[in-house]
Structure formats: structure tokens, C-alpha cells
Ligand binder design. Structure first.
Ligand code: PMV
Length: 325
């Protein structure tokens, strides 16, 4: 009862920002992402009769505390679905997501755990079922089931049965690139979970965010089909700015941005003024991801590396969905 799966992280072009239900992780809006080949997690799940509790090893070190609890709670869901509620597992994960790159490893982590766990225990899940299961580990992870572009449909049902991601376009459809810009300075971070909650509950800008989503989604999906880079980039950048604007309206107010974050944002806009189509997006942290086209790779990388306060730039292509090893 053993299986190994690999999942890649994803970057949201239309952000998931807010839950309507905390326990089941049901969002308040649809989101859309690009899966990236550069950052991934490989996980082996081995269910054994002889175990009396789950064991979770991350990069060859035993994990305890809250991170361990999240994993066993998630394995409980898998055990529940299979009916084999008295089986425990050895979980072994290797993360190729440098924390310094500013990507949440939870997306690739929970997608790989869900895929390996479900397979190991003998569940035969469709992509949709796997995405729905993964969502309950970490929301944004449900999009990492697919390669290329994926949309997480929020659904309307209270039990979450219609809240899962669907594929929008494969990675072969369009070669667009993402540079992860790593900043030297770290900042005390409000977790995405806490940040969303505070924003939903207190920000007067939140209703405006929600209202603006359908238009952004329609526009970006059309842009992806037409491979209109300027359209996709402009919508993604504006959507990111709107998400971050909601945090400034929260009580107490907060921002994920740092001075270097703003410097990178300005540099990207300057690149555009100089004729290089490049657009930024930012998640719940200070680091910036820059979208660009393959032909501009060298110039984009050089420009980003020369910004004061930038310590590294990691380039990535579109990645694939779940693979079993
Ligand atoms: O799924 P979480 O809890 O890691 O939240 C992700 C939130 C954002 O990264 C800011 C946006 C997104 O859609 O990935």
C-alpha cells in the first residue's frame, strides 16, 4: 500500500483571497493559476498495518507539531474516504521549493500528499475528485493537480462537493515564463489564512474585490486562449494590486509589501515602458513573480538581478500536473 507522486507549485494570476467556510476551505471567489516546473514536492505514502500512528518526514527530518497535525488530519480524510480508518502511514516528502523563493510549499505539498495517499490506500480518484480532496489540505493546492493553466471553481454547495479546480489550457498551449524574484529582507509575515480572514471580516474594499472577479476571469481566460500576453499580464497585475489593496483596508491594516517589493514592481513597469512586456504578481509575502515571454528571458533576468535588495532570480516554465513515480 505504497505510492509516490510529484506535484508542482502554482502561481495565481487571479488570486484566491477569502474563504466563505473555514473548515472545508470554501473560497469566496474563483481563482486561476499557472503551474510551474521549477518548484515541486515528491511524496511517498506507505500505509502499514504495523504502525500505530502516522510518521511524517520532510527532507529527511521528522516533522512534529502543527505541520504534523495538518498532515495527519489530511490523512484522516483519505482514510475516511477509503473506509480503512485504522491504517497509519509513513509519509516521506522531498521539497524542491526553496522557502527563500517565496513560494508556499503547501500547494505542491498537499497536492503530492493527496495524490500519493489516495493511490496508496487504493482509492481510484478522477482529477476532479483528487482536486476536491486536495482543496481540504490547502486551498491553492487544488489547482496543482493540473499542468499549465487551471481554474478553481468556488462552487455554491455548502458541503464543498462542487468546489474544485478544472484545467483551462495545457503547458504545451503556451510557453510563458515566470521569474521568482527573491528579496534579501524578510518581514514578519501574516499567514495567508489569517490575512484572508482579517480582510474578509474587516476590509471595506473586500466587496469591490469580489465584484471585480468575474470580469478579470473572463478577460484572462480569453487572453490565454488567444495567447495575448499583454492582455493576460495586465489583468494579472491589476488583479494582484486589487488583492493587496484589500489588506490596506483591513482592521488592523497590513501589507505584505516591503520597500524592495515596490522597487521590483516599479522596475517591471519601467521595463514595459522600455518595450519589454513583463508583468508582476505577488502572493501573501514580499517576493515578486514576474511574467515574461521566452524571447525576453535574458533581458528580464538581468534587469531583475540588478535591483538593489534582490538576492536571487529563479526562472521557471509552465509545469505539469500530478505525476506518479
Ligand atoms: O492556499 P493558501 O492558504 O496558501 O492561500 C493562497 C493565497 C494566495 O497565494 C495569496 C493566492 C492564491 O490564489 O494562491
Amino acid at each position: 500500500m505504497k505510492a509516490t507522486a510529484r506535484a508542482h507549485t502554482n502561481i495565481a494570476l487571479i488570486k484566491y483571497w477569502g474563504k466563505r467556510e473555514e473548515a472545508l476551505i470554501l473560497p469566496t471567489n474563483n481563482s486561476l493559476s499557472l503551474t510551474l516546473d521549477g518548484f515541486y514536492t515528491t511524496t511517498t505514502v506507505d500505509f502499514r498495518e504495523a504502525l500505530s500512528q502516522d510518521v511524517f518526514m520532510l527532507n529527511d527530518e521528522a516533522v512534529t507539531g502543527e505541520a504534523y497535525q495538518r498532515v495527519t488530519k489530511f490523512l484522516d480524510l483519505i482514510r475516511g474516504l477509503s473506509g480503512k480508518t485504522d491504517l497509519y502511514a509513513n509519509v516521506h516528502s522531498i521539497n524542491e521549493v526553496p522557502t527563500a523563493a517565496g513560494f508556499a510549499s503547501s500547494a505542491s505539498g498537499f497536492a503530492a500528499l493527496a495524490a500519493a495517499g489516495a493511490k496508496a490506500i487504493g482509492l481510484n480518484l478522477s482529477d476532479q475528485e483528487l482536486s476536491r480532496l486536495t482543496r481540504q489540505g490547502s486551498g491553492s493546492a487544488c489547482r496543482s493537480i493540473y499542468g499549465g493553466f487551471a481554474e478553481w471553481e468556488m462552487g455554491t454547495r455548502q458541503d464543498g462537493s462542487d468546489s474544485y479546480a478544472v484545467p483551462i489550457a495545457s503547458k504545451e498551449h503556451w510557453d510563458i515564463r515566470v521569474a521568482a524574484v527573491v528579496l534579501s529582507s524578510t518581514m514578519k509575515k501574516v499567514s495567508s489564512r489569517a490575512g484572508m480572514k482579517r480582510t474578509v471580516e474587516t476590509s471595506p474594499f473586500y466587496p469591490g474585490w469580489i465584484e471585480s472577479i468575474p470580469n478579470d476571469l473572463n478577460g484572462i481566460k480569453a487572453g490565454i486562449q488567444e495567447k495575448d500576453f499583454e492582455k493576460v499580464g495586465a489583468i494579472a497585475e491589476a488583479n494582484c494590486l486589487k488583492m493587496h489593496a484589500t489588506t490596506l483596508g483591513a482592521n488592523p491594516p497590513f501589507t505584505y509589501w516591503h520597500d524592495t517589493t515596490l522597487r521590483v514592481m516599479h522596475t517591471v513597469q519601467e521595463m514595459r515602458a522600455n518595450g519589454i512586456p513583463a508583468y508582476f504578481t505577488i502572493d501573501a509575502g514580499p517576493n515578486v513573480k514576474v511574467l515574461y515571454l521566452p524571447e525576453d528571458e535574458a533581458r528580464v533576468e538581468e534587469t531583475l538581478r540588478n535591483i538593489a535588495g534582490v538576492t536571487d532570480v529563479r526562472l521557471s516554465k509552465a509545469g505539469s500536473g500530478i505525476t506518479y513515480l
